[in-house]
Design a protein around this ligand. Sequence first.
Ligand code: ADP
Ligand code: MG
Length: 474
Amino acid sequence: MSDTHTTYFEFWQETASRIKETLPEQEFHTWFNRIAYLRSEDRKVILAVASQFILDTVISRYRDMIRNTLIELTGEDINVVFEIVSRSEIEQIQKPHKMEEEKSEAKPVVQIQPASRAISDEKALKMKKDCNLNPSYEFNNFVIGDNSAFAYNASLAIAKNPGVSYNPCLIYGGVGLGKTHLLTSIGNYIINNTPELKVMYVTAEMFTNEFIESIGSQKTQQFKNKFRKVDVLLIDDIHFLQGKDSTQEELFHTFNNLYDSKKQMVFTCDRPIKELKNITDRLSSRFERGLNVDLQPPNYETRMAILKKKIAERGSSISEEILNYISTNVCTNVRDLEAALTKLIAYSELLGQEISFEKAKELLGILPSLAANSNQTLSIDTIIKVVGEYFNVSSFEIKGKKKNKSLIQPRQIAMFLSREITEFSTTEIGTEFGGRDHTTVMHAHDRIESLMKGDEAFANTILKLKRDLTNGKK
Ligand code: ADP
Ligand code: MG
C-alpha cells in the first residue's frame, strides 16, 4: 500500500511531538534526534538509528513509549522495529523533515486520520477558544429526549460529515432549550476529529458588530475574506438580524459563497424562519433551504434525566424527592432547570450539608421561573388586554356584547389564546368573557384554528401574540 507510508510518517511525527512534551528537553534531543523514520509496512513502522549503542538505549527506554503512542494515535496494533544505518544516512533522511518542521512552525497542524483522538486535548482546547467555541458544550453531555432527538441526531450527522448531507441546517426553538449547546457541540466535535477543517462560531450579534466595525475601519474586504474562507460556519441567534438590512445583505453573499463551495453552515433561531420580521425574502429563503429542525421543551422524564446528569457532573447529591419537585414545577426550559439546581447546590455547599425538602421548596419558591411558570397564573384578563392593545380595542369591548366585525375577531382570538395558553376550562373562559357559553369559546377556538391553517400571515400574528404572552411580556 503506497499511502500507508505517508500516513505512518505523519503518525510518527505526531508521536515524536507528543513524547517531546513528556520528556526533559535535553533528553529528547539526545535520543530522538538520533532516530530517523525509514519507512513503513502494514502495521509496522521501521525506524533507523546509527549505532548499536543508540539502538540498545532507544529500545530499552523508548520503544514501548513510541509503540504505545502510535497505537493510541492510529488505533492499530503497530509494531516498531529498528535498523542500523550510517550516520550520514540518518542525517540525509532527517534533513528534509527538519526543514518541513521549521516551515510549519507557525501552523503545526499534523494531519492525522481520525483515530481514537486526532489532536492533543491541549491543542484542541486552544483551537476551540480561537473560534469562540465554549469547550464545555459537547454531544456527550447533552441529554437526549423526545423533544430534542431529531435536532441532536441531525447535529451529530453534520459534525461527522460536514458539508455533505444537511447543508445549511437551522436549529430553532425557544430560549434555554439547548440551541447553543448543540451548535457548539458540532464545532467542538469537528475540531476533535477533523482539526484540519476551519471552524468558526459567531453569534449574529458578533457578526453584525464585526461587520459594522469593518465598515468604519474600511476593512470590509478582510471581513469578507475571514468569513468566506471557513469550512464550517456556525451562526447563533439569527433572529438578531431582524431589521439589520446591510448585515443581512452581507450574510446573504457570505451564504452564497460558502454554499457554492459546499461549506457547512448551521444557524440557530428562536423561532421558525417564517415568523421572523424584517428579514429579506432572499435571505430567509436561504435559511430555509436545507434542513430545519426544532427543539421543544423537555417533558418530565427528560427533565429528570437532565437534572441527574447535571448533578453527577457537579459531583453533588440531591434527593429524588427534590428532583421530582423541580421537574414537576420547572417546565419552561433547561436553563431554568439548571438555575434551580445551581441555587440548591450553592445553598447546600454553603451549609455543608444535604438540603431538606422543606428548605428546597422554600428556596425555589422565589425563583422567577417558578413564580411565573404556571401559565395558569397568566390571567385571562391579561390575554384580553394584550390582544385588545394589538387590535386597538378595549378590554371592555372585547368582553361586551357588541357584534361589530372589528370586535368579533379580536374576541375570538383572545378566546383561542386563553384556551391554548391557560389551563382554564371553556366554561371558565366563557365566564371571563362577559358570561358567554362554553360552546361559544369552542366555536371561537375552531374558527381561529381553521383561519390559521388557510392564512399564513394571520397564523403568524397569532403565534406572535402567543409568544409575547408566554414569554412573560405581560
Ligand atoms: P439556547 O441557546 O437554546 O437558549 P442553551 O444551549 O444556552 O440554550 O442551553 C441553556 C443551558 O441548558 C446550557 O447550560 C445547556 O448546557 C443546558 N442544556 C440545554 N439543553 C440541554 C440538554 N438536552 N442536556 C443537557 N444540558 C442542556
Ligand atoms: Mg443560545
